[in-house]
Design a binder for this molecule. Structure first.
Ligand SMILES: C[S@@+](CC[C@H](N)C(=O)[O-])C[C@H]1O[C@@H](n2cnc3c(N)ncnc32)[C@H](O)[C@@H]1O
Length: 410
């Protein structure tokens, strides 16, 4: 008589959720490198997708738990990437037969559907690019959520996703991604090399800068906050640094202000000049230079939006002090801060460690990271300014992490 077949023990993938979680969370491994190895390595499962991500994935979050109903699949019977029913069933069945513990499976890989398709309205859906069979197995086991690596083509989409996640849009029983909000760790795209802030906003980036952001709710909240804060400065001399594409020119024009716009990118300044020409704004001068150290004109108020979180603390401090030297009366500064005093004691060490790590990553390349609130307040106060007004421009969902525009006066 034949002996009964011995069930093969499941073989844990090198990329199992359990292992990657340990490698990423404890070992600080790069999600980008892990996923590319998984897709394109010797036993790679999807080299074409690997090439796509090498070109398009600038930064990542994960593994993060998502409600299955928020995940759209594009592969399977009758889908965009069609697979015949029998083949689909056999592959899903193989996964179900071998893995009781789904932590032994690799995490799924997805992008934010609306970002990938360039759509303005947020549907809070992730588009699955790898793992359709694994997701089906997870669903058939009766799970309501799955673990995913999410990729982003820019840092702003990533910070939007984190805020949306923390409001419960992607996972109804979410645990806030506190550490991610404090410190979205960068995983530079190895094929391109990490982006540098001073050279990122050139050519196509400059031309598409406004259009790529106009659908962000906080783009408008920031605009309204700047308009409100400038309301007492009719006819004043204003320094806007970095000026970027001059998004606040209509406000300055309405307020009869004389404007100096400083930026390191000639292409962004060219966009600002085009805007001024279109609006027939003549009281404006652009200054090409590094706002950390260049000479700046004496003005009534200095405005700095979407910058102080893209540089490490020492550079942010140099910019705040340089603007404070130029501004006679007011500073209007946009910043995301971590208020150390407000972190629950049991999370304090972990959050501050993650923040230090993110700022360290930032020293080599472009990455969003919060600043310590106490340091930032110290730079302003020791430059002779005190806080007069604060407007929150983006809710982070985490009490000790605020994103605001703050108005300081002498
Ligand atoms: C995210 S954009 C913000 C632009 C604008 N303030 C806004 O709110 O849209 C960052 C800008 O900083 C500029 N920049 C980067 N490093 C700089 C530096 N060291 N000195 C001056 N400008 C810099 C870039 O060229 C880009 O225009």
């Amino acid at each position: 008589m034949k002996p009964p077949p011995v069930a093969k023990p499941p073989v844990e993938s090198e990329f199992s959720l359990r292992r990657v979680r340990r490698d990423v969370d404890e070992g600080g491994a790069s999600i980008h490198e892990l996923t590319l190895r998984f897709l394109t390595g010797p036993k790679g499962s999807n080299p074409k997708l690997g090439e796509y991500l090498a070109r398009n994935a600038q930064t990542w979050v994960g593994p993060v738990e998502i409600d299955i109903e928020n995940i759209e699949t594009i592969a399977g019977p009758g889908k965009q990437y069609h697979e015949p029913e029998d083949k689909w069933e056999s592959r899903v069945g193989r996964i179900l037969g071998r893995f009781d513990d789904l932590e032994l499976l690799p995490p799924l890989i997805a992008g934010v559907k609306d970002d990938m398709e360039g759509r303005e309205e947020r549907s809070h859906t992730l588009k699955l690019v790898d793992g359709a069979h694994r997701l089906e197995a997870i669903r058939r086991k009766g799970h309501k959520t799955a673990w995913i690596f999410v990729f982003f083509s820019d840092f702003e989409s990533k910070s939007d996703f984190i805020c949306e996640y923390n409001k419960g849009f992607y996972n109804h029983n979410y645990r806030a991604l506190e550490v991610e909000v404090a410190a979205p760790l960068n995983s530079p795209a190895i094929s391109k090399g990490p982006p540098k802030l001073h050279s990122h906003y050139r050519r196509g980036h400059a031309e598409k800068y406004d259009a790529a952001r106009e659908n962000q709710p906080h783009w408008h909240t920031e605009y309204d906050a700047v308009a409100q804060m400038l309301s007492s400065l009719r006819g004043a001399r204003i320094l806007d640094a970095p000026f970027g594409t001059g998004r606040f020119i209509p406000i300055y024009q309405r307020m009869d202000c004389e404007v100096f716009g400083a930026d390191i990118s000639p292409d962004m300044l060219a966009q600002a000049q085009l805007k001024a020409d279109r609006l027939k704004m003549t009281d404006m001068q652009v200054i090409e230079g590094n706002i950390e150290l260049c000479d700046l004109p004496e003005v009534d108020a200095a405005v700095c939006i979407r910058f102080l979180n893209l540089v490490p603390p020492e550079a942010a401090e140099r910019v705040v002090r340089n603007l404070a030297r130029a501004a006679r009366r007011q500073l209007i500064l946009h910043i995301g801060t971590i208020d150390e005093a407000a972190i629950p004691p049991e999370q304090r060490a972990q959050v501050l460690q993650a923040l230090d790590q993110a700022q360290d990553v930032q020293r080599g390349n472009m990455n969003y990271a919060a600043q310590r609130r106490s340091s930032f307040m110290g730079w302003c106060e020791s430059s002779g300014f005190h806080l007069a007004e604060a407007i929150e421009t983006q809710a982070t969902g985490v009490a000790y992490n605020r994103v605001e525009i703050l108005r300081f006066v002498r």
